[in-house]
Design a protein around this ligand. Structure first.
Ligand code: HEC
Ligand code: HEC
Ligand code: HEC
Ligand code: HEC
Ligand code: HEC
Ligand code: HEC
Ligand code: HEC
Ligand code: HEC
Ligand code: HEC
Ligand code: HEC
Length: 316
């Protein structure tokens, strides 16, 4: 069968085939699967039993298009079996009393191990896998490609910025909570996607961030905070998340705490040079300027750093 020409590497694990169409492996030393392992008429065989809404959607999506010559429905490709593996035995009527042999099936609840599921996708999406996916936190946690991607769909929700967060938050419950807090990055509003900050398939950076560090990620949008400043504030240089929640929180400006408590985590209030207690307070009639709304930031407004020649105290 011509369709089988592209099969170069195949290993048989019970009913499961791993890895198709590896163009740069030599065909000579590869085991092959008997053509009879595949259904006789490709998708036409499968569709005799599986012509439903789900397969109709597949043909509306990218993978169902014949114009992608390297896609499952390109000429000489394996069609349904490019993803579901050889289905010849599955497509035949099982002998009396016997179960229908399984094919590769997808999703977290599938009986097919995630590695095997992913190998089906990676057989074509090799560069995606090599350059990004391999070693990512999702790969290590054995998350199947199909937990994020839908292929029996006219459009894959994880690929559109507006619908993507819902896919991710389906597993990341703590983050769902964070983004629902009153002060959060506008992800739920569809103005930002998780992938503005995180690599979808993983990166070599901490937390799979798109940039090398937390700060590089933040200042890619908040350029005014980039520095270097004449007068730096060390915790800002170190990590924006010393003071801000990355996703969202209960305090304005996504702060981890309100001032003055925020500042007092590191700065002792006692002995503050300029805060002589005012006459009102001495008389017991008014609060220290420390405790007014905005408190420390009323005076130290340049909390991210200052370029003013006399901005050493971050007051201007
Ligand atoms: C003769 C009818 C028949 C044909 C032909 C057939 N299937 Fe199935 N298929 C079934 C039935 C019935 C099930 C339900 C599960 C079972 O009984 O094993 C099923 C289940 C499946 C499942 C698993 C669904 C799940 O939730 O686990 C997949 C995937 C699948 N078939 C794909 C295919 C593919 C690909 C082909 C073509 C190679 C094919 N089928 C051909 C009858 C058929
Ligand atoms: C590009 C890979 C790919 C191709 C090609 C493909 N499938 Fe699937 N199939 C999947 C994935 C992944 C799922 C899990 C649901 C999803 O992601 O949409 C699935 C789910 C299924 C299911 C079970 C669940 C459901 O949604 O009904 C059946 C049955 C099935 N496919 C049959 C087929 C048939 C028949 C064909 C050919 C007409 C086919 N598939 C082609 C990847 C593929
Ligand atoms: C037979 C080869 C083949 C297999 C197997 C395959 N794909 Fe694809 N895939 C393609 C081609 C070809 C395209 C479209 C052209 C391109 O992006 O280069 C594509 C496109 C995609 C896209 C982009 C879709 C879009 O609408 O832009 C995603 C996501 C994807 N595949 C995921 C998967 C997943 C997940 C699996 C396994 C369940 C899988 N693919 C299996 C060949 C394949
Ligand atoms: C954690 C969710 C997630 C998982 C798991 C995942 N993807 Fe993706 N994938 C995405 C997102 C999100 C995008 C869109 C990327 C963007 O917009 O920056 C994407 C894009 C793609 C694309 C199209 C763009 C490209 O990079 O060529 C392909 C193909 C693809 N993924 C294949 C795969 C394969 C194969 C696997 C499994 C080995 C996989 N994905 C696992 C979320 C995921
Ligand atoms: C504005 C950038 C940004 C956006 C948008 C974003 N994240 Fe994050 N995320 C981060 C940073 C930075 C961290 C590092 C941990 C920290 O400092 O809180 C992180 C950490 C994480 C972690 C690891 C948490 C831990 O403690 O191990 C998960 C999971 C996560 N993000 C998921 C998501 C999801 C899901 C979305 C979309 C709904 C998303 N993130 C959107 C910046 C972002
Ligand atoms: C099927 C469930 C599932 C889906 C869907 C999912 N994740 Fe995850 N994610 C996990 C698991 C499991 C881990 C590893 C364990 C952990 O850290 O919670 C993880 C880890 C992460 C981490 C932490 C990385 C680190 O270094 O600590 C980030 C960031 C992340 N996911 C972002 C995303 C984004 C963005 C999406 C959507 C594009 C997404 N996830 C979709 C299950 C999922
Ligand atoms: C992809 C662009 C982008 C990235 C990356 C990004 N932000 Fe944002 N940030 C925004 C947008 C958009 C808003 C909402 C602005 C608005 O509503 O006016 C925002 C809002 C904020 C606010 C609240 C502003 C206010 O006035 O309440 C803070 C604080 C903030 N971001 C800090 C961070 C930190 C810290 C990081 C790194 C973890 C980061 N941002 C990464 C785009 C980004
Ligand atoms: C030492 C604590 C601290 C650190 C570290 C810090 N910030 Fe802030 N940030 C604040 C405070 C306090 C506010 C509120 C200022 C106000 O209300 O005027 C703020 C406000 C913001 C705002 C919204 C208002 C504005 O000025 O635009 C953005 C955006 C922001 N910070 C981004 C960042 C980025 C990016 C980093 C890392 C480079 C960072 N912050 C590091 C304390 C900090
Ligand atoms: C994570 C710890 C941390 C937090 C939180 C923090 N700072 Fe700082 N701050 C420092 C360090 C470290 C220095 C440098 C001290 C030095 O050089 O002696 C500094 C320096 C300063 C200076 C300059 C004084 C000097 O001695 O150079 C001012 C003013 C200041 N911080 C105000 C604030 C304010 C206002 C806040 C709250 C919005 C705040 N800081 C939050 C750690 C922090
Ligand atoms: C009424 C205005 C005002 C308020 C409110 C204020 N500061 Fe200051 N702060 C100053 C001035 C002015 C200086 C510089 C004094 C000097 O050089 O003698 C200063 C100096 C500092 C210094 C440097 C101390 C040193 O030893 O050089 C730190 C740290 C500091 N403030 C932190 C804070 C924190 C934290 C808060 C809130 C709890 C706060 N300030 C509230 C005006 C203020």
């Amino acid at each position: 069968m011509l369709r089988l020409r592209r099969i170069a590497q195949l290993c048989w694990l019970g009913m499961i085939a791993v890895g198709l169409a590896m163009s740069d492996t030599s065909a000579a030393d590869e085991p092959t699967v008997a053509a009879s392992a595949y259904s006789q008429f490709g998708a036409d065989t499968c569709l005799t039993c599986h012509a439903d809404e789900s397969t109709a959607l597949l043909f509306r999506g990218t993978h169902g298009q014949r114009r992608h010559s390297a896609g499952p429905f390109g000429a000489q490709q394996l069609q349904c079996e490019a993803c579901h593996g050889p289905g010849g035995a599955h497509a035949r009527r099982p002998a009396a009393g016997q179960a229908r042999p399984a094919v590769v099936s997808f999703g977290a609840a599938s009986a097919t191990p995630p590695e095997t599921q992913n190998a089906m996708c990676v057989s074509c999406h090799r560069s995606t896998a090599q350059h990004e996916w391999s070693g990512s936190s999702h790969e290590r946690a054995a998350v199947p490609c199909s937990s994020c991607h839908q292929v029996h769909a006219s459009a894959d929700p994880v690929l559109a910025r507006v619908t993507q967060p819902e896919v991710c938050l389906g597993c990341h419950a703590r983050q769902r909570h964070e983004f629902a807090l009153p002060h959060a990055h506008p992800v739920r509003q569809g103005k930002m996607a998780c992938t503005d900050c995180h690599g979808a398939h993983g990166t070599t950076n901490e937390w799979d961030l798109v940039r090398l560090t937390v700060n590089d990620t933040c200042v890619s949008c908040h350029a005014a905070k980039r520095g270097p400043f004449l007068w730096e504030h060390p915790p800002v240089v170190e990590r924006c998340t010393n003071c801000h929640q990355a996703h969202g929180g209960v305090h304005p400006a996504l702060l981890t705490q309100r001032a003055p408590f925020l500042c007092q985590q590191c700065h002792a209030q006692t002995g503050h040079p300029s805060i002589a207690r005012g006459p009102d307070e001495l008389a017991g009639a008014g609060p220290s300027p420390y405790l007014l709304a905005g408190s420390c930031i009323n005076c130290h407004s340049q909390v991210h750093g200052s370029n003013h020649p006399s901005g050493e105290q971050l007051t201007r």
